[in-house]
Design a protein around this ligand. Structure first.
Ligand code: EPU
Length: 344
């Protein structure tokens, strides 16, 4: 394990924010975590765990020890005729694992193709797309528990997976995820009920085709971070009570919406932002993408302050028009390397 000083994190976060880490270390195996934490404690440094950098907002200076997760490995732990249990290192690229699972004829994750980031981040905000969430296929998550100072495995039912949420968001500085164990199916059960996915898949009802269609839909709407630096959906889709929803549909009957449990209704943040006039609009170096208003793009060397100026203006315009408060999806870090709440 080798700690480096003054490391530029620009290429390690997909929004391409300039961020210099005072201390940085790559974590290649679970035991490195223990060594890195001991170093941080000795140096009185906070710890910032960096995965694929596709859901983070970093300040220009990070005075902390950045642990860059790079643990590899895909190991089958058990299988029977209907399922396979597979443990995947936190540093594996998510999309590569999805492609690999399809090649192996393991089913479940195809709707989640092309989501940026690494496997270790998938349980944190319970990544989801096209009617599927990663949590549905997670069996357990292997972590280092910084509070109890030991490695342990957390069963899926104790992860409290919900829409873009889990215990890893409730207790953000407690666990360092080193691997994720999935339970995948050996018989394909294609989930086609989201939007126009069914139409895109057509008559070729195979997992490969489903995966390819998801890739095509994503590529047609979502900007490639290498071309237009971004962190995917910038805001969560707000969940309204039935009463709030009834009120808003009186004025805006066309609002795209998805009924949830407990008679709540999820509404499309992208539509709200679009209707507020922000689709393709830029404020300074930061704007909302012209093909999908939910994606914030760094067009020209933006700083975190530029990003905050733009997203807070979007929030206040949406609030003024619809009386709905949008909540940012990416994790915001302070200069001390700690996760902090978004303002506004
Ligand atoms: N819409 C507009 N204008 C826009 C964007 C969207 O009117 O500029 C409308 C669309 O026409 C559609 C609705 O809003 O009726 C929803 O749009 P879309 O189907 O593109 O999905 P989304 O709600 O914008 C969510 C996830 C995505 C995920 C897609 C597909 C969230 C915050 N976002 O987006 O996840 O890929 O569904 O399942 O839940 C991510 O989290 O980074 C992400 C990309």
């Amino acid at each position: 394990m080798q700690v480096q000083a003054q490391v530029q994190l620009k290429s390690l976060n997909t929004l391409n924010l300039n961020a210099i880490a005072s201390h940085y270390v790559q974590i290649n195996q679970p035991d490195d975590v223990v060594e890195a934490l001991a170093f941080a404690e000795h140096q009185h440094l906070n710890v910032l765990v960096l995965s694929g950098g596709s859901n983070v907002l970093l300040p220009q200076q990070v005075r902390a020890l950045v642990l860059h997760l790079n643990i590899q490995g895909i190991d089958v732990l058990a299988e029977d005729e209907s399922t396979v249990i597979v443990k995947v290192g936190a540093g594996q690229v998510w999309h590569d694992f999805v492609l690999y699972s399809t090649q192996q004829q393991w089913f479940g994750l195809q709707n989640l193709a092309l989501i940026p980031g690494l496997v270790g981040a998938s349980p944190v905000q319970n990544i989801g797309a096209y009617g599927v969430e990663a949590g549905e296929f997670i069996e357990s998550v292997q972590v280092y528990d910084r509070e109890l100072k030991h490695f342990t495995s957390i069963a899926a039912e104790d992860c409290h997976f919900a829409y873009r949420h889990s215990i890893f968001k409730d207790q953000p500085n407690r666990y360092i995820i080193v691997s994720v164990t999935f339970k995948l199916l050996k018989t394909a059960e294609l989930k086609l009920n989201y939007g126009d996915l069914k139409q895109a898949v057509g008559d070729e009802l195979t997992a490969e085709n489903l995966q390819n269609q998801v890739i095509q839909i994503r590529q047609s709407k979502l900007p490639n971070p290498k071309e237009f630096p971004n962190v995917g959906s910038f805001f969560k889709n707000p969940i309204l009570s039935q009463a709030e929803f009834d009120k808003i549909t009186q004025q805006f009957p066309n609002i795209p919406h998805y009924p949830q449990a407990n008679s709540n209704v999820k509404v499309a943040a992208g539509w709200l932002i679009d209707q507020a006039g922000w689709k393709g609009k830029q404020f300074g170096p930061v704007g909302m993408f012209h093909k999908q208003a939910l994606v914030l793009v760094n067009y020209a060397e933006a700083t975190l302050a530029d990003v905050q100026n733009t997203y807070q203006t979007v929030q206040s315009d949406v609030k003024q028009k619809f009386s709905i408060q949008l909540e940012p999806e990416p994790v915001l870090y302070s200069e001390q390397g700690l996760i902090q709440a978004h303002l506004g």
